[in-house]
Design a protein around this ligand. Structure first.
Ligand code: 13P
Length: 253
């Protein structure tokens, strides 16, 4: 018997304006009353977090950032520090998204440092892991995901890792409309939970492991229905209130 609460988090990536975000959040607030058991969050571009906070304050929807610096403050032009995100009421921060690993050269070691930086600021890190198509076709999916997780466990310790959330996002499923089948996703989720269990059975049991990659209103219920899939990290479908709410409802059991 597990007590894991379903979590659906939107990752808006680099999309939106002050006007579009205001409209999207009004739409979410209007429909969120239906979502009673699942936890819901949106991760906004840094410059739109203040507006997001102003709109969501007092609602059941949490918000977060999409990345943070490993540093707390200082001469790091263009960076956003964990304490700044916390100052704007962020609950979550995504770390190690495949787009940052691929386009900004983020290493497993850097991602592990970001995990600590997030916790030091009181934020809950959503740690993204996942293999590329080439890696899957080479049969090294589990090796890749194990390496990405082990780096954080080795750096932070398993109990600290247990304070975060993990998102399994196969790179080949992100923004492609090509979703992992429920069986494919469940297989990797179970592997991740087993990997955590090697260090701590209780952390493994309690860890929320989200699936990300072209999750939408059509496929969400079946994915989230898998034993080790505890919710979703949603890109494209989080930009439309109706679609995002439908995914949230699917997670609501
Ligand atoms: P899509 O839902 O657009 O495939 O994006 C998934 C993702 O990368 C969420 O972080």
């Amino acid at each position: 018997f597990t007590m894991r609460q379903p979590l659906v988090a939107g990752n808006w990536k680099m999309n939106g304006s002050r006007a579009s975000v205001a409209a999207l959040l009004d739409g979410l607030k209007a429909g969120i009353g239906q979502v009673t058991t699942a936890e819901v969050a949106v991760c906004a571009p840094a410059i739109l977090i203040a507006d997001t906070q102003a709109s969501l304050q007092g609602s059941s929807i949490k918000w977060g950032g999409q990345d943070l610096s490993v540093h707390e403050s200082g001469a790091y032009t263009g960076e956003i520090a964990g304490p700044m995100l916390a100052d704007f009421g962020c609950h979550y921060v995504i770390i190690g998204h495949s787009e940052r690993r691929a386009y900004h050269g983020e290493s497993d070691a850097l991602v592990a440092e970001k995990f600590v930086a997030a916790r030091n600021a009181g934020l809950v890190p959503i740690l993204c892991v996942g293999e590329t198509l080439e890696e899957r076709e080479s049969g090294i999916t589990e090796q890749v995901v194990a390496r990405q997780i082990d780096a954080v466990v080795a750096h932070c310790g398993i109990d600290k890792v247990g304070e975060g959330v993990i998102a399994y996002e196969p790179v080949w499923a992100i923004g492609t409309g090509k979703t992992a089948t429920p069986e494919q996703a469940q297989e990797v989720h179970a592997f991740i939970r087993g990997r955590l269990a090697a260090s701590s059975a209780s952390v493994a049991e309690d860890m929320q492991i989200l699936y990300g990659g072209s999750m939408n209103p059509k496929n969400a219920a079946e994915l989230i229905g898998q034993a080790d899939i505890d919710g979703g990290l949603i890109g494209g479908a989080s930009l439309k209130a109706d679609d995002f709410l439908a995914v949230c409802s699917a997670a609501n059991g």
